[in-house]
Design a binder for this molecule. Structure first.
Ligand SMILES: NC(=O)c1ccc[n+]([C@@H]2O[C@H](COP(=O)([O-])OP(=O)(O)OC[C@H]3O[C@@H](n4cnc5c(N)ncnc54)[C@H](OP(=O)(O)O)[C@@H]3O)[C@@H](O)[C@H]2O)c1
Length: 325
C-alpha cells in the first residue's frame, strides 16, 4: 500500500511517499481502508523536536522510526481480528489509529475500542476531522473543566482544530461562550454559536473586568496570573495547549496556585481516545450540534505541505488528508 513514512527524525520535509506492506490487524484490532485522515500537532512535533537523548530512548523503547503517522482516521472496515465483536467488513467508521500504523496510508489498524460507526450525515473527510481535536475539547471542558449548563465559558484559541469543537461543545452544554480569535475568524466563531467574540489582535480579555466560570486555553499565551484574575471566585482554568511557556506555567505553577482560594488552575495532559466519547461526539454530529470546520483538504502525497501549513499555527479548523476517492 502507499503510505507517507517517517524514516528519520526531522521536520515534515523528511516524510516520504513509499510502498509499504499492508498492516495485519491483531486479534483486538480492526483493519480500516482509510478514506480520509486529519492532522494534529502530535503527528509531527515528536519527530521534529525530540532531543538526541530522547531519540535514542524512543528507539530503544518503542522502535518507532520508520513510522506511518496520522492518529485521526475515517474509512471502511476491511477486516477484523479474531476477538473483534462490534464491527464487520464494510462498516463505515471513524476514530484513532494505533501507534505505528497510522492514517497517512491506504490502510490503518485501530483497536476496536478506539473506533465508532461514522455518523451517516458526515462525509469521510468531516469524520476524519473529529477524533483527537473533538475528544480534546470534550475531555478538557467536561472532565478537567467540569463544565455546567449556564456557566460563562471562555475559549482562548477558538478558531483552530480544538477550539472550533470547544466552542460548539460548550454551546451544546448550554453555556454562555466567549470565543477569542483573530479578526479574520470572528465571523466563523459567531456562526459556530459563540455568544461573544474577542479579537485578540485588538483586545486583551484578561484585564477587562469580565469573569468566567471556565477558561479553556487552547492557543496563544497569557501569564497564569492573568488567567486567574479573569476567573470567577470558584472558576476553573484548563490549559490544553498554546505557547510552551503557557503549558509549563500551567503544569508547574497551576497546582500551587490552586491550593488557596476557590479557583482551580489545571493542565490537560493527554487526550484519552475511547469509544464512549466517540459515540457521544457521534450523537452531537448526527444532530448537527457540532459541525466540523475544515479549512483545507490535501491528497496523501501532500501530507508534508499539510503539516507545514498546520505548523504555521494559523490554520482555521482542521486540515484534512484525502486518501481514497
Ligand atoms: N493536551 C492534549 O492532549 C492536546 C490534544 C490536541 C491538541 N493539543 C494542543 O492544543 C493546541 C491547539 O491545537 P489545535 O489543533 O487547535 O491547533 P491549531 O489548529 O494549529 O490552532 C490554530 C489556531 O490557533 C489560533 N491562534 C494562533 N495564535 C493565537 C493567539 N495568540 N490567540 C488565540 N488564538 C490563536 C489561530 O488563529 P489565528 O489564525 O486567527 O491567529 C488558528 O486558528 C496545540 O498546542 C496542541 O498541541 C493538546
Amino acid at each position: 500500500m502507499k503510505a507517507m513514512v517517517y524514516t528519520q527524525y526531522g521536520p515534515p520535509e523528511v516524510l516520504q511517499l513509499k510502498e509499504v506492506p499492508k498492516p495485519e490487524p491483531r486479534d483486538d484490532q480492526v483493519l480500516v481502508k482509510v478514506q480520509a485522515a486529519s492532522i494534529n500537532a502530535l503527528d509531527y512535533r515528536r519527530f521534529e523536536k525530540l532531543s538526541s537523548m530522547g531519540r535514542i530512548m524512543e528507539k530503544v523503547l518503542f522502535k518507532s522510526t520508520n513510522k506511518v503517522l496520522g492518529a485521526d482516521i475515517a474509512g471502511r472496515v476491511e477486516a477484523v481480528g479474531a476477538n473483534v465483536r462490534q464491527f464487520q467488513p464494510g462498516d463505515e467508521v471513524f476514530g484513532v489509529a494505533t501507534g505505528s500504523i497510522g492514517g497517512f496510508a491506504e490502510y490503518a489498524c485501530a483497536s476496536e475500542d478506539r473506533l465508532a460507526l461514522k455518523p451517516s450525515n458526515l462525509s469521510f473527510e468531516a469524520a476524519a476531522a473529529v477524533p483527537v481535536a473533538a475528544l480534546t475539547a470534550l475531555q478538557g471542558l467536561r472532565d478537567k473543566g467540569q463544565i455546567q449548563a449556564g456557566q460563562k465559558v471562555l475559549i482562548n484559541g477558538a478558531s483552530g482544530g480544538v477550539g472550533t469543537f470547544a466552542v460548539q461543545i460548550a454551546k451544546a452544554i448550554e453555556t454562555e461562550v466567549t470565543a477569542v480569535c483573530s479578526t479574520r475568524n470572528l465571523d466563523m466563531a459567531r456562526s459556530s454559536g459563540a455568544d461573544h467574540v474577542i479579537d485578540y489582535t485588538k483586545e486583551d480579555f484578561t484585564p477587562n473586568g469580565q469573569r468566567y466560570d471556565l477558561i479553556f486555553a487552547v492557543n496563544g499565551y497569557h501569564p497564569l496570573s492573568a488567567y486567574r484574575r479573569a476567573l470567577s471566585p470558584l472558576g476553573r482554568y484548563v490549559c490544553a495547549g498554546g505557547a510552551l511557556s503557557q503549558i509549563f506555567q500551567a503544569m508547574l505553577l497551576g497546582p500551587l496556585m490552586s491550593v488557596t482560594g476557590g479557583k482551580k488552575m489545571g493542565f490537560m495532559w493527554i487526550t484519552k481516545p475511547n469509544q464512549q466519547d466517540l459515540l457521544h461526539l457521534g450523537q452531537l454530529l448526527e444532530t448537527g450540534k457540532i459541525v466540523p470546520v475544515i479549512e483545507q483538504c490535501y491528497p496523501l502525497g501532500e501530507v508534508t505541505a499539510a503539516m507545514q501549513y498546520l505548523a504555521t499555527g494559523h490554520a482555521r479548523g482542521k486540515v484534512v488528508v484525502q486518501i481514497s476517492a
